[in-house]
Write a protein that binds this ligand. Structure first.
Ligand SMILES: *Cc1c(COP(=O)(O)O)cnc(C)c1O
Length: 443
Protein backbone atom coordinates (compact mmCIF):
# COMPACT_ATOMS: atom_id res chain seq x y z
CA UNK A 1 0.00 0.00 0.00
CA UNK A 2 1.23 3.50 -0.76
CA UNK A 3 2.20 5.86 2.07
CA UNK A 4 -0.25 7.89 4.09
CA UNK A 5 -1.29 11.14 2.38
CA UNK A 6 -2.34 14.25 4.25
CA UNK A 7 -5.30 16.43 3.32
CA UNK A 8 -6.85 19.57 4.75
CA UNK A 9 -9.58 19.36 7.39
CA UNK A 10 -11.49 21.92 5.33
CA UNK A 11 -11.72 19.91 2.11
CA UNK A 12 -15.04 18.10 1.73
CA UNK A 13 -14.63 14.39 2.59
CA UNK A 14 -16.69 13.26 -0.43
CA UNK A 15 -14.19 14.83 -2.83
CA UNK A 16 -12.52 12.00 -4.81
CA UNK A 17 -9.19 13.80 -4.34
CA UNK A 18 -9.55 12.99 -0.65
CA UNK A 19 -10.22 9.27 -1.01
CA UNK A 20 -7.46 7.02 0.37
CA UNK A 21 -4.63 6.96 -2.13
CA UNK A 22 -6.03 10.17 -3.67
CA UNK A 23 -4.27 13.51 -3.95
CA UNK A 24 -3.33 15.14 -0.64
CA UNK A 25 0.31 15.87 0.18
CA UNK A 26 3.21 13.84 1.54
CA UNK A 27 4.18 13.91 5.20
CA UNK A 28 7.23 15.96 4.29
CA UNK A 29 5.13 18.69 2.67
CA UNK A 30 2.55 18.70 5.50
CA UNK A 31 5.34 19.01 8.09
CA UNK A 32 7.18 21.85 6.34
CA UNK A 33 3.97 23.78 5.57
CA UNK A 34 2.38 23.50 9.03
CA UNK A 35 -1.07 24.69 7.94
CA UNK A 36 -2.82 23.63 4.73
CA UNK A 37 -3.17 26.28 2.02
CA UNK A 38 -6.88 26.78 2.79
CA UNK A 39 -6.15 27.42 6.48
CA UNK A 40 -7.23 23.90 7.54
CA UNK A 41 -5.24 21.36 9.56
CA UNK A 42 -3.63 18.37 7.91
CA UNK A 43 -5.32 15.00 8.49
CA UNK A 44 -4.07 11.55 7.50
CA UNK A 45 -6.20 9.94 4.76
CA UNK A 46 -6.00 6.64 6.67
CA UNK A 47 -4.60 5.37 9.97
CA UNK A 48 -2.03 2.61 9.52
CA UNK A 49 -2.64 -0.38 11.81
CA UNK A 50 -0.01 -0.94 14.47
CA UNK A 51 2.68 -3.47 13.60
CA UNK A 52 1.75 -6.91 14.99
CA UNK A 53 4.53 -7.00 17.58
CA UNK A 54 4.29 -3.42 18.86
CA UNK A 55 3.91 -4.58 22.45
CA UNK A 56 6.87 -6.91 22.35
CA UNK A 57 9.54 -4.33 21.48
CA UNK A 58 12.28 -4.38 24.06
CA UNK A 59 13.15 -0.72 23.70
CA UNK A 60 11.24 2.51 23.25
CA UNK A 61 13.26 3.32 20.12
CA UNK A 62 12.53 -0.02 18.41
CA UNK A 63 8.83 0.35 19.08
CA UNK A 64 8.86 4.01 18.01
CA UNK A 65 10.55 3.33 14.67
CA UNK A 66 8.25 0.43 13.76
CA UNK A 67 5.13 2.46 14.64
CA UNK A 68 6.10 5.70 12.87
CA UNK A 69 7.55 4.25 9.68
CA UNK A 70 4.21 3.75 7.85
CA UNK A 71 3.19 7.35 8.61
CA UNK A 72 6.22 8.85 6.80
CA UNK A 73 7.65 8.01 3.41
CA UNK A 74 11.16 8.70 4.60
CA UNK A 75 13.38 8.32 6.53
CA UNK A 76 12.87 4.62 7.21
CA UNK A 77 14.68 1.69 8.79
CA UNK A 78 17.89 2.33 10.68
CA UNK A 79 17.94 6.00 9.67
CA UNK A 80 14.56 6.59 11.32
CA UNK A 81 15.65 4.54 14.30
CA UNK A 82 18.77 6.70 14.73
CA UNK A 83 16.77 9.91 14.45
CA UNK A 84 14.29 8.76 17.12
CA UNK A 85 17.04 7.54 19.44
CA UNK A 86 18.52 11.03 19.36
CA UNK A 87 15.16 12.85 19.70
CA UNK A 88 13.73 10.77 22.55
CA UNK A 89 16.82 10.09 24.63
CA UNK A 90 15.10 10.15 28.03
CA UNK A 91 13.04 7.58 29.97
CA UNK A 92 9.23 7.29 30.28
CA UNK A 93 8.68 5.80 33.75
CA UNK A 94 5.35 4.51 35.06
CA UNK A 95 4.90 5.31 38.74
CA UNK A 96 2.32 3.18 40.62
CA UNK A 97 -0.15 4.93 42.93
CA UNK A 98 -2.89 3.37 45.06
CA UNK A 99 -6.24 2.15 43.61
CA UNK A 100 -4.98 0.78 40.30
CA UNK A 101 -3.56 4.05 39.03
CA UNK A 102 -0.22 4.64 37.29
CA UNK A 103 1.27 8.02 36.52
CA UNK A 104 3.08 8.11 33.18
CA UNK A 105 5.90 10.63 33.65
CA UNK A 106 6.38 12.46 30.37
CA UNK A 107 8.59 15.18 31.84
CA UNK A 108 12.08 13.70 31.78
CA UNK A 109 13.11 15.50 28.58
CA UNK A 110 15.34 18.59 28.52
CA UNK A 111 12.59 21.15 29.14
CA UNK A 112 10.56 19.07 31.63
CA UNK A 113 7.27 18.83 29.77
CA UNK A 114 5.75 16.28 27.37
CA UNK A 115 6.20 18.82 24.58
CA UNK A 116 9.80 17.63 24.23
CA UNK A 117 8.57 14.44 22.47
CA UNK A 118 6.87 16.26 19.63
CA UNK A 119 9.22 19.23 19.34
CA UNK A 120 12.47 17.23 19.31
CA UNK A 121 11.21 14.66 16.81
CA UNK A 122 9.64 17.24 14.55
CA UNK A 123 12.83 19.35 14.54
CA UNK A 124 14.98 16.42 13.45
CA UNK A 125 12.54 15.39 10.72
CA UNK A 126 12.47 18.96 9.35
CA UNK A 127 16.25 19.13 9.44
CA UNK A 128 16.47 15.77 7.65
CA UNK A 129 14.18 16.98 4.85
CA UNK A 130 16.13 20.22 4.42
CA UNK A 131 19.57 18.60 4.66
CA UNK A 132 21.77 19.17 1.65
CA UNK A 133 19.67 22.12 0.47
CA UNK A 134 21.01 25.61 0.92
CA UNK A 135 17.77 26.56 2.61
CA UNK A 136 17.53 27.76 6.19
CA UNK A 137 14.06 27.69 7.64
CA UNK A 138 13.14 30.10 10.44
CA UNK A 139 10.75 28.72 13.02
CA UNK A 140 8.74 31.57 14.46
CA UNK A 141 6.98 30.96 17.78
CA UNK A 142 4.95 33.12 20.12
CA UNK A 143 4.83 31.47 23.48
CA UNK A 144 3.75 31.91 27.04
CA UNK A 145 5.33 28.72 28.29
CA UNK A 146 6.16 25.09 27.56
CA UNK A 147 5.95 25.17 23.77
CA UNK A 148 8.59 27.90 23.49
CA UNK A 149 11.19 26.17 25.61
CA UNK A 150 10.58 22.77 23.99
CA UNK A 151 10.93 24.31 20.52
CA UNK A 152 13.99 26.39 21.49
CA UNK A 153 15.70 23.28 22.81
CA UNK A 154 14.46 20.88 20.13
CA UNK A 155 15.61 22.97 17.18
CA UNK A 156 18.84 24.36 18.65
CA UNK A 157 22.02 23.58 16.79
CA UNK A 158 20.38 21.90 13.75
CA UNK A 159 22.13 23.18 10.61
CA UNK A 160 19.17 24.14 8.43
CA UNK A 161 16.97 25.64 11.10
CA UNK A 162 16.88 28.62 13.39
CA UNK A 163 14.31 29.72 15.93
CA UNK A 164 12.94 33.18 16.70
CA UNK A 165 10.92 33.12 19.87
CA UNK A 166 8.65 35.89 21.16
CA UNK A 167 7.35 36.08 24.69
CA UNK A 168 5.51 38.81 26.61
CA UNK A 169 7.56 40.83 29.07
CA UNK A 170 6.59 40.34 32.74
CA UNK A 171 4.01 37.66 31.88
CA UNK A 172 6.08 34.50 32.29
CA UNK A 173 7.47 33.01 35.50
CA UNK A 174 11.17 33.20 36.45
CA UNK A 175 11.68 29.53 35.68
CA UNK A 176 10.04 29.96 32.30
CA UNK A 177 12.07 33.06 31.46
CA UNK A 178 15.32 31.26 32.25
CA UNK A 179 14.25 28.40 29.98
CA UNK A 180 13.21 30.74 27.17
CA UNK A 181 16.39 32.81 27.17
CA UNK A 182 19.17 30.29 27.85
CA UNK A 183 21.64 30.97 25.02
CA UNK A 184 21.49 28.27 22.34
CA UNK A 185 22.98 28.10 18.85
CA UNK A 186 20.48 29.28 16.26
CA UNK A 187 18.09 30.80 18.81
CA UNK A 188 16.99 34.43 19.16
CA UNK A 189 14.77 35.18 22.12
CA UNK A 190 12.77 38.37 21.90
CA UNK A 191 11.12 39.83 24.97
CA UNK A 192 8.17 41.85 23.71
CA UNK A 193 6.90 44.95 25.52
CA UNK A 194 3.30 43.77 25.26
CA UNK A 195 0.89 40.88 25.84
CA UNK A 196 0.83 37.32 24.57
CA UNK A 197 -1.82 38.37 22.07
CA UNK A 198 0.57 41.05 20.74
CA UNK A 199 3.22 38.35 20.24
CA UNK A 200 0.76 36.17 18.34
CA UNK A 201 -0.38 39.05 16.18
CA UNK A 202 3.23 39.93 15.30
CA UNK A 203 3.89 36.32 14.28
CA UNK A 204 0.75 36.14 12.15
CA UNK A 205 1.65 39.41 10.44
CA UNK A 206 5.17 38.17 9.67
CA UNK A 207 3.77 35.10 7.90
CA UNK A 208 1.90 37.26 5.37
CA UNK A 209 4.38 40.18 5.14
CA UNK A 210 5.51 40.52 1.50
CA UNK A 211 8.74 42.21 2.65
CA UNK A 212 9.67 38.93 4.35
CA UNK A 213 9.15 36.84 1.21
CA UNK A 214 12.89 36.14 1.14
CA UNK A 215 12.90 34.68 4.66
CA UNK A 216 11.29 31.20 4.66
CA UNK A 217 9.18 30.90 7.81
CA UNK A 218 7.44 27.98 9.46
CA UNK A 219 5.69 27.29 12.74
CA UNK A 220 6.03 24.59 15.34
CA UNK A 221 2.85 24.66 17.38
CA UNK A 222 0.53 21.70 17.82
CA UNK A 223 -1.42 22.41 14.67
CA UNK A 224 1.58 20.83 12.92
CA UNK A 225 0.90 17.15 12.23
CA UNK A 226 4.63 16.52 12.70
CA UNK A 227 4.34 17.31 16.39
CA UNK A 228 1.31 15.08 16.90
CA UNK A 229 2.44 11.83 15.31
CA UNK A 230 5.39 11.25 17.70
CA UNK A 231 3.05 11.84 20.66
CA UNK A 232 1.38 8.49 19.93
CA UNK A 233 4.55 6.77 21.04
CA UNK A 234 4.32 7.31 24.79
CA UNK A 235 0.69 6.15 24.83
CA UNK A 236 1.72 2.88 23.22
CA UNK A 237 4.75 2.52 25.46
CA UNK A 238 2.65 3.10 28.61
CA UNK A 239 -0.11 0.67 27.57
CA UNK A 240 2.48 -2.03 26.77
CA UNK A 241 4.36 -1.36 29.99
CA UNK A 242 1.16 -1.54 32.07
CA UNK A 243 0.42 -4.95 30.60
CA UNK A 244 3.93 -6.11 31.51
CA UNK A 245 3.37 -4.88 35.07
CA UNK A 246 -0.17 -6.13 35.67
CA UNK A 247 -0.53 -9.14 33.40
CA UNK A 248 -4.31 -9.02 33.72
CA UNK A 249 -4.83 -7.78 30.20
CA UNK A 250 -7.68 -5.27 30.75
CA UNK A 251 -7.66 -2.13 28.61
CA UNK A 252 -6.90 0.96 30.73
CA UNK A 253 -8.62 4.28 31.07
CA UNK A 254 -6.19 7.04 30.01
CA UNK A 255 -6.46 10.50 31.56
CA UNK A 256 -5.05 13.35 29.46
CA UNK A 257 -4.55 16.86 30.93
CA UNK A 258 -5.73 18.90 27.96
CA UNK A 259 -5.68 22.42 26.54
CA UNK A 260 -5.25 22.64 22.79
CA UNK A 261 -6.20 18.94 22.45
CA UNK A 262 -3.03 17.96 20.56
CA UNK A 263 -2.13 15.34 23.12
CA UNK A 264 -5.60 13.81 23.08
CA UNK A 265 -5.67 13.76 19.27
CA UNK A 266 -2.43 11.76 19.30
CA UNK A 267 -4.01 9.27 21.73
CA UNK A 268 -7.08 8.89 19.51
CA UNK A 269 -4.81 8.19 16.52
CA UNK A 270 -2.99 5.48 18.49
CA UNK A 271 -6.37 3.95 19.44
CA UNK A 272 -7.51 4.07 15.82
CA UNK A 273 -4.36 2.14 14.95
CA UNK A 274 -5.34 -0.63 17.36
CA UNK A 275 -4.14 0.39 20.84
CA UNK A 276 -6.51 -1.02 23.48
CA UNK A 277 -8.07 1.69 25.65
CA UNK A 278 -11.29 1.55 27.69
CA UNK A 279 -11.91 5.29 27.64
CA UNK A 280 -9.98 8.52 27.26
CA UNK A 281 -10.56 11.19 29.88
CA UNK A 282 -10.30 14.78 28.61
CA UNK A 283 -9.10 16.48 31.82
CA UNK A 284 -9.52 20.23 31.45
CA UNK A 285 -9.30 23.11 33.90
CA UNK A 286 -11.90 25.91 34.01
CA UNK A 287 -11.39 26.22 30.25
CA UNK A 288 -13.88 23.41 29.70
CA UNK A 289 -15.31 23.94 26.23
CA UNK A 290 -14.50 20.38 25.14
CA UNK A 291 -16.09 18.57 28.12
CA UNK A 292 -19.22 20.63 27.55
CA UNK A 293 -19.15 19.76 23.86
CA UNK A 294 -18.89 16.05 24.76
CA UNK A 295 -21.84 16.47 27.14
CA UNK A 296 -23.89 17.90 24.29
CA UNK A 297 -24.52 21.28 25.91
CA UNK A 298 -22.57 23.42 23.44
CA UNK A 299 -22.33 23.45 19.65
CA UNK A 300 -19.20 22.57 17.66
CA UNK A 301 -16.82 25.57 17.36
CA UNK A 302 -18.86 27.73 19.74
CA UNK A 303 -15.70 28.52 21.71
CA UNK A 304 -15.08 30.61 24.84
CA UNK A 305 -12.73 33.35 25.99
CA UNK A 306 -9.66 32.00 27.78
CA UNK A 307 -9.69 32.05 31.60
CA UNK A 308 -6.44 32.19 33.63
CA UNK A 309 -5.88 29.22 36.00
CA UNK A 310 -3.13 27.53 38.04
CA UNK A 311 -2.64 24.91 35.31
CA UNK A 312 -1.74 27.65 32.87
CA UNK A 313 -0.41 25.47 30.04
CA UNK A 314 -4.03 24.34 29.60
CA UNK A 315 -5.52 27.84 29.50
CA UNK A 316 -7.07 27.62 26.05
CA UNK A 317 -10.59 28.85 25.35
CA UNK A 318 -10.59 27.81 21.69
CA UNK A 319 -8.62 24.55 21.32
CA UNK A 320 -6.99 24.56 17.87
CA UNK A 321 -6.94 20.78 17.51
CA UNK A 322 -10.70 20.55 17.99
CA UNK A 323 -11.08 21.04 14.24
CA UNK A 324 -8.84 18.04 13.60
CA UNK A 325 -10.49 15.79 16.20
CA UNK A 326 -13.93 16.71 14.94
CA UNK A 327 -13.04 16.09 11.29
CA UNK A 328 -11.37 12.74 12.08
CA UNK A 329 -13.74 11.23 14.61
CA UNK A 330 -16.99 13.25 14.55
CA UNK A 331 -19.84 11.59 16.44
CA UNK A 332 -17.53 8.88 17.82
CA UNK A 333 -15.93 11.44 20.15
CA UNK A 334 -18.55 11.33 22.87
CA UNK A 335 -18.48 7.50 22.99
CA UNK A 336 -14.72 7.28 23.25
CA UNK A 337 -13.95 10.27 25.46
CA UNK A 338 -15.36 11.36 28.80
CA UNK A 339 -14.59 14.97 29.75
CA UNK A 340 -14.49 17.09 32.87
CA UNK A 341 -13.50 20.65 33.84
CA UNK A 342 -11.71 20.99 37.20
CA UNK A 343 -11.48 24.31 39.07
CA UNK A 344 -8.33 25.63 40.79
CA UNK A 345 -9.47 24.89 44.32
CA UNK A 346 -10.16 21.26 43.47
CA UNK A 347 -6.81 21.05 41.69
CA UNK A 348 -5.02 22.17 44.86
CA UNK A 349 -7.01 19.69 46.97
CA UNK A 350 -6.09 16.90 44.57
CA UNK A 351 -2.39 17.85 44.86
CA UNK A 352 -2.71 17.64 48.67
CA UNK A 353 -4.60 14.33 48.61
CA UNK A 354 -2.12 12.75 46.20
CA UNK A 355 0.76 13.76 48.41
CA UNK A 356 -1.09 12.60 51.55
CA UNK A 357 -2.26 9.22 50.16
CA UNK A 358 0.65 8.25 47.94
CA UNK A 359 3.52 10.60 48.80
CA UNK A 360 3.48 11.73 45.18
CA UNK A 361 4.03 15.36 44.14
CA UNK A 362 2.05 16.22 41.02
CA UNK A 363 2.23 19.43 39.01
CA UNK A 364 -1.13 21.26 38.73
CA UNK A 365 -1.78 19.89 35.20
CA UNK A 366 -1.18 16.33 36.31
CA UNK A 367 -3.43 16.94 39.34
CA UNK A 368 -6.27 17.84 36.97
CA UNK A 369 -5.69 14.47 35.28
CA UNK A 370 -5.76 12.67 38.63
CA UNK A 371 -8.96 14.40 39.65
CA UNK A 372 -10.59 13.35 36.36
CA UNK A 373 -9.97 9.67 37.17
CA UNK A 374 -11.82 9.89 40.49
CA UNK A 375 -14.69 11.81 38.93
CA UNK A 376 -14.97 9.31 36.08
CA UNK A 377 -14.92 6.32 38.41
CA UNK A 378 -17.60 7.85 40.61
CA UNK A 379 -19.78 8.72 37.61
CA UNK A 380 -19.40 5.43 35.71
CA UNK A 381 -18.67 2.74 38.30
CA UNK A 382 -15.90 1.61 35.92
CA UNK A 383 -12.77 0.78 37.95
CA UNK A 384 -10.50 -0.24 35.08
CA UNK A 385 -6.80 0.44 35.73
CA UNK A 386 -5.95 4.05 34.98
CA UNK A 387 -2.98 5.70 33.28
CA UNK A 388 -2.58 9.39 34.08
CA UNK A 389 -0.31 11.34 31.75
CA UNK A 390 1.97 13.59 33.85
CA UNK A 391 2.57 16.45 31.43
CA UNK A 392 5.08 18.56 33.40
CA UNK A 393 7.61 18.27 36.22
CA UNK A 394 6.38 19.82 39.49
CA UNK A 395 9.64 21.79 39.78
CA UNK A 396 8.37 24.03 36.96
CA UNK A 397 5.65 25.30 39.32
CA UNK A 398 7.40 25.94 42.63
CA UNK A 399 4.91 28.57 43.86
CA UNK A 400 1.82 26.39 43.29
CA UNK A 401 3.44 23.31 44.85
CA UNK A 402 4.66 25.31 47.82
CA UNK A 403 1.23 26.83 48.46
CA UNK A 404 -0.58 23.48 48.09
CA UNK A 405 1.78 21.26 50.06
CA UNK A 406 3.66 23.69 52.28
CA UNK A 407 6.93 22.40 50.90
CA UNK A 408 8.92 22.99 47.73
CA UNK A 409 8.84 20.51 44.83
CA UNK A 410 11.75 18.09 44.43
CA UNK A 411 14.69 19.71 42.65
CA UNK A 412 15.31 19.04 38.99
CA UNK A 413 18.90 18.74 37.85
CA UNK A 414 17.92 20.11 34.46
CA UNK A 415 16.46 23.28 35.98
CA UNK A 416 19.37 23.69 38.39
CA UNK A 417 21.75 23.59 35.45
CA UNK A 418 19.89 26.47 33.82
CA UNK A 419 20.79 28.78 36.70
CA UNK A 420 24.38 28.78 35.60
CA UNK A 421 23.60 29.16 31.90
CA UNK A 422 24.32 32.37 30.05
CA UNK A 423 21.09 34.04 29.06
CA UNK A 424 20.66 35.99 25.82
CA UNK A 425 17.63 38.10 25.03
CA UNK A 426 16.75 41.25 23.14
CA UNK A 427 13.81 43.44 24.08
CA UNK A 428 11.59 44.86 21.35
CA UNK A 429 8.42 46.93 21.02
CA UNK A 430 5.11 45.14 20.36
CA UNK A 431 5.32 46.19 16.76
CA UNK A 432 5.46 44.16 13.53
CA UNK A 433 8.10 46.43 12.00
CA UNK A 434 10.46 45.71 14.92
CA UNK A 435 10.07 41.97 14.36
CA UNK A 436 10.60 42.36 10.61
CA UNK A 437 13.91 44.15 11.22
CA UNK A 438 15.10 41.27 13.37
CA UNK A 439 14.10 38.66 10.84
CA UNK A 440 15.78 40.52 7.97
CA UNK A 441 18.94 41.19 9.97
CA UNK A 442 19.31 37.51 10.85
CA UNK A 443 18.49 36.07 7.42
C1 LIG B 1 0.77 21.99 26.54
C2 LIG B 1 0.46 21.40 27.85
C3 LIG B 1 -0.78 20.75 28.12
C4 LIG B 1 -1.90 20.72 27.11
O1 LIG B 1 -1.63 19.89 26.01
P1 LIG B 1 -2.50 20.00 24.67
O2 LIG B 1 -1.84 19.10 23.71
O3 LIG B 1 -2.43 21.45 24.27
O4 LIG B 1 -3.89 19.58 25.01
C5 LIG B 1 -0.96 20.16 29.36
N1 LIG B 1 0.01 20.21 30.31
C6 LIG B 1 1.19 20.82 30.09
C7 LIG B 1 2.19 20.85 31.19
C8 LIG B 1 1.47 21.42 28.86
O5 LIG B 1 2.65 22.03 28.66
Amino acid sequence: MSGVRYRSSREPAGDPANAPGGAGVSFRDALLAGLAGDGGLYLPDRVPQLPAAWRESGSFTDMAASVLEPWLEEPAGSELRGLLAEAIDFPVPLVPLSRGRHVVELFHGPTLSFKDFGARTMARLMNRYLAGSAQTLTILVATSGDTGSAVADGFAGLENLRVVLLYPKDKVSDVQERQLTAARPGLRSLRVRGSFDDCQRMVKTAFVDPRLAGVPLSSANSINIGRLLPQQLYYLWAVAELRRLRRDGGAPVISVPSGNLGNLTAGMLAAAGGMPVARFLAAHNANDYFPRFLGGTVAPFDFDETAATLSNAMDVGAPSNFERLHALFGAELSDRIWGVGVDDQTTIRRMEATFGDDGYIACPHTAVGLEAVDRYRAASGDDAPALILATAHPAKFPEVVESALGRPPPASRRLEALRGRHSRVEEIEADSAALREHLLAGA
